[in-house]
Design a protein around this ligand. Structure first.
Ligand code: FAD
Length: 302
């Protein structure tokens, strides 16, 4: 352990590893998540670099889980490289189900209304990262303004407002505004306005006939003022990590527990695959943290 720059040894009969995933390590992101992941912003601490995962692997711990997967969301395009405690999670932009996305080419690229926000937000960061320039715009009209989450009201947003769609699309920097305008008009024309809008259920108010349809909550963008918010990909945590058993003991590559070594939280692999339901990160940490603590205490005192 390092204290005031000096490395000291602390002896213990049990250790619980809980030092987060490798999301703050751009080299590991590119290595395991794939090309362009080094360009993502990190939503949280700059310290979760995978060092403790590496140390555990070096003593024979088994890696497991979805090493190329992660939790990543729509995040303010000009946010700092790592999380800012003064802003917290307010750089996130989670109201996309009420509007449309366009990318730098001016094209829609994802079904904004595929499901409730809680089931899509953690995988749409990856979709944004794979767009040209690794960014996108969320566009809304005045009809849904009151429904936008609080995070849209902060000062640190990259935002444009206009009284017409022509004017708004012309303001979108690094973006083909003419195509964006055509795209939004085609989207408007494709909305099933005969189906009532209901944000509380998957309302089936959809578009039809587009290359990428919107499945629910498809409102036309027709009421000024119009707003556009620039977002990029913000990574929350990585899915791959150490293998544990039900007592939170770290498993070795030989398939047996490593004596005295326990783990919990983000650095455990095999909990999340491909997607993530909202709220389950803290649940994971609390459940396995409690088990790891109890198991370690038993080992240390037994
Ligand atoms: C902005 C944001 C919003 C979130 N919102 C939600 C939410 O609403 N609901 C939800 O369920 N989850 C949410 N999460 C996810 C959840 O907070 C985390 O997954 C959870 O806190 C992870 O806990 P952990 O103990 O594994 O890691 P952390 O809480 O990140 O703790 C790891 C600690 O280890 C330290 N560390 C790292 N490396 C070393 C080292 N080598 N030596 C010593 N210390 C080290 C770090 O500094 C850090 O303090 C959010 C995460 C972020 C970033």
């Amino acid at each position: 352990m390092k204290r005031k720059g000096k490395t000291t040894q602390v002896k213990s009969r049990a250790v619980v590893l809980a030092a987060g995933g490798f999301q703050a390590n751009p080299e590991w992101r590119a290595r395991y998540l794939g090309p362009n992941w080094e360009l993502a912003k990190v939503r949280g601490t700059r310290f979760n670099t995978g060092d403790v995962i590496r140390m555990a692997l070096e003593v024979g711990a088994a890696p497991t889980g979805n090493w190329s997967g992660c939790h990543a969301v729509a995040w303010e395009r000009n946010a700092p490289e790592f999380g800012d405690l003064a802003v917290g999670d307010q750089f996130q932009k989670h109201s996309y189900p009420w509007g449309v996305y366009v990318n730098a080419l001016g094209r829609r690229f994802v079904d904004e209304g595929a499901d409730f926000r809680n089931y899509t937000y953690a995988k749409y960061g990856r979709v944004i990262l794979s767009q040209p320039g690794q960014f996108a715009w969320q566009i809304f009209d005045a009809k849904v303004k009151a429904q936008l989450r609080d995070e849209y009201k902060i000062r640190q947003v990259t935002k444009h407002t206009a009284d017409s769609l022509e004017e708004l699309c012309g303001k979108l920097e690094d973006t083909d505004g003419e195509t964006a305008l055509r795209e939004v008009r085609e989207y408007n024309a494709a909305v099933r306005t005969d189906v009532p809008f209901n944000p509380n259920v998957k309302d089936g108010r959809r578009t039809e006939g587009l290359a990428i349809n919107k499945s629910n909550w498809a409102n036309t963008l027709d009421t000024p003022p119009f707003e556009a918010y620039a977002v990029t990909c913000g990574i929350t945590f990585t899915f791959g990590g150490l293998k544990i058993n039900t007592d939170a003991q770290v498993m070795s590559t030989d398939g047996v527990p490593i004596p005295g070594l326990y783990a919990a939280g983000e650095l455990v692999g095999g909990i999340f695959w491909f997607n993530y339901p909202g709220g389950s990160g803290l649940t994971n940490g609390s459940v396995f943290g409690r088990i790891a603590g109890a198991s370690a205490a038993k080992a240390a005192t037994g």
